[in-house]
Design a protein around this ligand. Structure first.
Ligand SMILES: Cc1cc2nc3c(=O)[nH]c(=O)nc-3n(C[C@H](O)[C@H](O)[C@H](O)COP(=O)(O)OP(=O)(O)OC[C@H]3O[C@@H](n4cnc5c(N)ncnc54)[C@H](O)[C@@H]3O)c2cc1C
Length: 404
């Protein structure tokens, strides 16, 4: 039971067609199967194969490289629909999208020509790696290093943490320290495009020195794997420094933070999607379940819950689309992306909680979809920067923009 807001959503014809197509795909392929993959914690290969056929790995990649060449706003609409089905599915494309953004914005011509066509079709998938066992929010504190060898190749060493798509990806955009004495530290960081074998624990040959430990066991966000990555003498050719050595060495932090800005819009869209699904489930269940002689939807306390949920979903959707549209228009949108990520991820969590309460005891049963949503929604409060970090970003940017 979808809430039909299409007529007022200011979508172009292309956006309407594509979101309708994705919504149908979600209703037919993702929603009926998510429970199975979630309970098994297995990678939803058949769904991912269909996403390749639909072109969903190349939404924002330019047509000249085989993608659809669509903007961030359209991408956010697609992600919202996918996340309405299951946020793990949007997780399969999320880091891939960030990787393709990094290539499109900072990559050399050779890097674009080599990676983007294969990424547009989904033949290869990308991961994005900043976090380490001791570092998440404070990215400047990373310890992994890359040192240039006499043969011109860079030797990468260090342990990365929480790499979504860490096993199934063929390429990882990874942040390393290339100057451990740099002050401030961010000036001594570089992004490397590290190739690897997909679905292989211990890489060999050209990719020797990259080990993928067993996937991390998680509360939710199942199906898509999160792993550590151990770089142990991995040799990276100089042409795989993002943007090339001349332009890219020392620029990794700035490049990755730029990518996180679009990543935040993407997580915001996921928050809207999961909140929308929680609202739909709550609307349905509250009209079916009866207490005290009438459907619980007829109790004012429940109607207020539904009203608050619908209002928050709408607000989160609007702020998310505004941040995306500003970015597409080339307007600085770090403040708005932070607001969108904060509001939409918190909205996702709140709406899922209310949906859970409306389901009473059944919300606690694995028989009901909200049980999965309840385990999935908290991730959005953490990934791409926690709510505390978003508030820090928003506060800082506000003061910069309104300096007296
Ligand atoms: C399922 C999953 C998938 C992920 N995927 C990826 C991925 O693909 N790539 C990747 O690089 N990372 C990934 N991450 C890592 C994620 O980005 C980090 O977990 C996140 O940035 C928070 O870092 P942390 O866990 O180290 O928490 P910490 O930084 O240790 O923070 C702990 C707590 O302290 C708070 N805090 C920290 N600093 C401050 C401050 N200055 N003021 C106030 N409060 C503060 C935080 O908000 C949080 O509440 C993933 C995480 C998860 C759980």
């Amino acid at each position: 039971m979808a809430v039909d807001t299409a007529a007022f959503s200011e979508q172009t014809d292309i956006q309407r067609d594509i979101t309708e197509m994705v919504r149908q795909f979600v209703d037919e392929q993702i929603l009926p199967n998510a429970e199975h993959y979630d309970h098994e914690d297995s990678f939803p290969e058949p769904i991912v194969e269909q996403m390749k056929e639909l072109g969903l790995f190349g939404v924002t990649i330019p047509e000249e490289y085989g993608g659809m060449g669509l903007d961030l706003t359209t991408y956010a609409m697609i992600v919202e629909e996918l996340s309405r089905g299951w946020i793990s599915i949007s997780g399969v494309v999320n880091t891939h999208f960030i990787g393709s953004y990094l290539l499109m914005k900072f990559g050399t011509d050779e890097q674009k020509e080599y990676f983007l066509p294969k990424m547009a079709t989904g033949e290869i998938r990308a991961a994005f790696s900043l976090s380490e066992p001791e570092v998440g929010s404070d990215v400047q504190g990373i310890k992994s290093t890359a040192k240039k060898g006499e043969d011109g190749k860079w030797e990468l060493n260090g342990q990365k943490m929480w790499v979504t798509n860490g096993l199934g990806s063929s390429v990882v955009f990874v942040l390393m320290k290339t100057d451990t004495k740099a002050d401030p530290p961010y000036k001594g960081m570089t992004c490397f495009i590290t190739e690897k074998e997909p679905w292989v624990d211990e890489n060999t040959g050209d990719y020797k020195g990259l080990i993928v430990p067993p996937k991390i066991k998680k509360m939710g966000y199942k199906g898509v794997e999160s792993t550590e990555l151990v770089y142990d003498g991995y040799r990276c050719p100089p042409e795989r420094v993002l943007g090339g050595e001349e332009a890219g060495v020392g620029e990794g932090f700035v490049q990755m933070m730029d990518a996180l800005e679009v990543g935040r819009v993407n997580v915001a869209a996921r928050g809207v999607g999961i909140a929308q699904r929680a609202l739909e489930l709550a609307l349905r269940y509250s009209q079916e379940r009866k207490t005290f002689g009438k459907p619980i939807a007829q109790h004012q306390a429940i109607q207020f819950k539904l009203a608050d949920m619908a209002t928050k979903v709408e607000a989160a959707r609007l702020v998310t689309r505004k941040a995306a549209r500003m970015k597409d228009a080339g307007i600085r949108s770090d403040l708005e992306a932070g607001m969108a990520k904060l509001l939409a991820s918190e909205t996702g969590k709140e709406c899922v909680e209310e949906c859970f309460r409306i389901h009473g005891g059944y919300g606690y049963s694995k028989e009901y979809e909200v049980e999965r949503l309840y385990r999935d929604a908290p991730l959005l409060l953490i990934g791409e920067g926690t709510s505390e970090i978003q508030r820090m970003v928003i506060g800082k940017k506000l003061l910069q923009r309104h300096k007296i």
